[in-house]
Design a protein. Structure first.
Length: 162
């Protein structure tokens, strides 16, 4: 089985629209693994060459070489400061920073927020859900671009309490 660049794009687009969480596919010259919604990991795509089972001219009793598949890099633990609290998505939805196009965002990096304050809108199934902060403090990071899909549990913002 061969998989070209266009076929890979189409496959990933179909998977993005489905509820499939993990897929493994192997062909003559590739191995593809796709995972999503795993805590602390972004979606992963691994493609590595496969070594033939027994090269020509080598007796069958000789062990075949094994292909090395690169392991995904470990999550960056140092990137998250322990003094920050995270505001996460309670559902799969589309993230919006403002109440409507052209309006100013609910919060910016550096904004002071209080518990119960609306920090964004999450659109799910044509319903606009205001997400209220459960913490008070200063918004240090906004990790999602306006209008992009988010997953359940995905970190949207980080807040320095206070």
């Amino acid at each position: 089985m061969q998989l070209d660049h266009d076929q890979l794009h189409k496959l990933l687009a179909l998977l993005g629209d489905s509820d499939i969480q993990e897929l493994r596919l192997e062909g003559d010259d590739f191995r593809l693994e796709v995972r999503r919604n795993l805590p602390g990991l972004a979606a992963q795509v691994i493609q590595a060459p496969v070594v033939p089972a027994v090269p020509a001219g080598i007796p069958a009793s000789t062990p075949a070489p094994v292909a090395a598949v690169p392991s995904p890099p470990p999550p960056a633990a140092a990137a998250v400061r322990s003094d920050l609290l995270e505001i996460t998505a309670p559902m799969v939805a589309t993230f919006y920073r403002a109440p409507s196009p052209g309006d100013p965002p609910f919060v910016e990096v550096g904004s002071r927020i209080s518990s119960g304050q609306t920090v964004c809108i999450l659109e799910a199934m044509k319903l606009m859900n205001e997400l209220e902060s459960e913490v008070s403090g200063e918004v240090v990071e906004i990790l999602v671009e306006n209008g992009t899909p988010v997953e359940f549990g995905q970190v949207l913002m980080r807040v320095k309490p206070g």
